[in-house]
Ligand binder design. Structure first.
Ligand code: AMP
Ligand code: MG
Length: 416
């Protein structure tokens, strides 16, 4: 191992990934305020109260197809029977008259089924006959009939407080007639980058300057978790500037999130600034990428300082910090799912720290799948993230991966 790598050896005062994640999530409570939002604004928000259905869905027994409603007992299991067609019900109509034995009623998808009829035959299986009659094949009782309340019973709790609303949850709320949902206020997260080398995208960047990618990454990540961003820009590498910005950021925000400047270099002022304006709880976690990751409080407001390299920013946000922002947003924690996949590579690893590798899933000719590791490791290589499907998590105790070993793969889609 090289000397540089030795600097990352785990020591007793380092936290594990699991400890850091748990400490962060436990350090915050949901924002107290709630608001009602319309359905079209509800996706991505977090529900603040249970939702109880005031009605059954569907409200009535109704037809799943265009066809004919009958009594199963009037059908012949051995072949076709002919019945007179005595009525017609379309979707939205109220069937005024109950069904009668020995008759068929023309019915359309979504139309309420006249009382008594217990079976619907799809029109493509039936033949119209002269004199207003229809020839009907055999069918199982109950076919193509959607029962009242089969989706939702009246009085059922259909959504729980703490649910992150996806389009399907919003649609479910619509299906029981709700136009607005009670959600938590979006947490306001103050975000800034530190570094004299950083420039704003859209402006010029000469010499050794680089464009700030971290704020754009963090804005997207936070937005996806239902948080709002308060942007405090790029802050120079001086203790005074970082302190002043921390104090301004903490006022009126629910958390402060920074990147860069948390390491041990002479130009890294974030930890000292946090200690001067609040307290630092920990700053070293046995992970790769992203070992320097600072957590504390600034004027009582939770503070999280991510490393500077853009890949480390995104990986530590997703794998360590994400539960903190979800907890602030009011979401009940749902662990992201990972899937065992065969490694399409071999690697060695230092025991004692958790590592995440950027990976793509490749289909194999035999119908299986293997995880391919991105060929370059540098945590400044942002193209490794755009080229990858997700992360492979290598646990602390693991020392090597052989080709074909099962590894845990977490798709980015589970985390965003
Ligand atoms: P630091 O932790 O501040 O030493 O930063 C580590 C590396 O990440 C350095 O090469 C920085 O130039 C780079 N870096 C820090 N902040 C950003 C940023 N906001 N966007 C892109 N690269 C950054
Ligand atoms: Mg820096």
């Amino acid at each position: 191992m090289s000397g540089a790598d030795d600097a990352f050896a785990p020591t007793a005062d380092m936290m594990t990934a699991g400890q850091a994640r748990a400490a962060l999530a436990a350090a915050v409570a949901p924002v107290p305020e709630r608001e009602a939002v319309g359905l079209f604004e509800a996706a991505g928000r977090v529900l603040a109260a249970d939702v109880v259905s005031g009605r059954a869905v569907p409200p009535r027994d109704n037809s799943a197809v265009d066809g004919y409603a009958v009594f199963a007992d009037d059908l012949d299991p051995a072949g076709a029977v002919e019945l007179p067609v005595t009525g017609r019900v379309a979707a939205g109509a109220l069937s005024e008259r109950p069904g009668r034995r020995g008759e068929a009623v023309r019915i359309f998808t979504g139309a309420p089924v006249p009382g008594g009829f217990d079976t619907i035959l799809p029109q493509e299986n039936c033949r119209e006959r002269p004199g207003g009659r229809v020839a009907l094949p055999a069918a199982r009782r109950g076919s193509n009939l959607r029962r009242a309340g089969e989706d939702i019973g009246a009085g059922a709790v259909v959504l729980r407080a703490g649910t992150r609303l996806r389009p399907q949850e919003v649609g479910l709320a619509a299906s029981i007639g709700l136009a607005r949902l009670e959600v938590y206020r979006r947490p306001r997260i103050a975000v800034f980058s530190t570094g004299d080398e950083l420039r704003e995208p859209g402006g010029s960047a000469d010499g050794a300057a680089i464009y700030d990618s971290n704020r754009a990454i963090l804005a997207g990540l936070l937005g996806g978790l239902g948080c709002a961003v308060a942007d405090f820009g790029i802050v120079p590498d001086t203790l005074a500037a970082v302190r002043a910005t921390l104090v301004r950021a903490a006022a009126g925000c629910d958390a402060v999130l920074t990147s860069g400047g948390v390491s041990t270099g002479d130009e890294d002022h974030v930890r000292a600034a946090v200690e001067a304006e609040g307290r630092l709880d920990f700053w070293r976690v046995a992970i790769r990428p992203g070992r320097p990751l600072a957590f504390g409080r600034v004027r009582g407001v939770p503070f999280l300082g991510l490393p500077g390299n853009p890949v480390a920013v995104m990986v530590t946000f997703l794998m360590i910090a994400r539960p903190l922002f979800l907890a602030l947003a009011g979401a009940v924690p749902v662990p992201p799912r990972s899937f065992p996949v065969a490694a399409g590579f071999a690697t060695r690893k230092r025991p004692g720290r958790r590592e995440w590798l950027r990976a793509t899933i490749r289909r194999t000719p035999d119908g299986g799948a293997v995880a391919e590791r991105f060929p370059r490791e540098g945590s400044g290589i942002l193209t490794s993230m755009t080229a990858s499907d997700g992360l492979i998590e290598l646990p602390e105790a693991l020392e090597h991966v052989a080709e074909g070993d099962l590894v845990e793969f977490v798709p980015f889609s589970e985390l965003l």
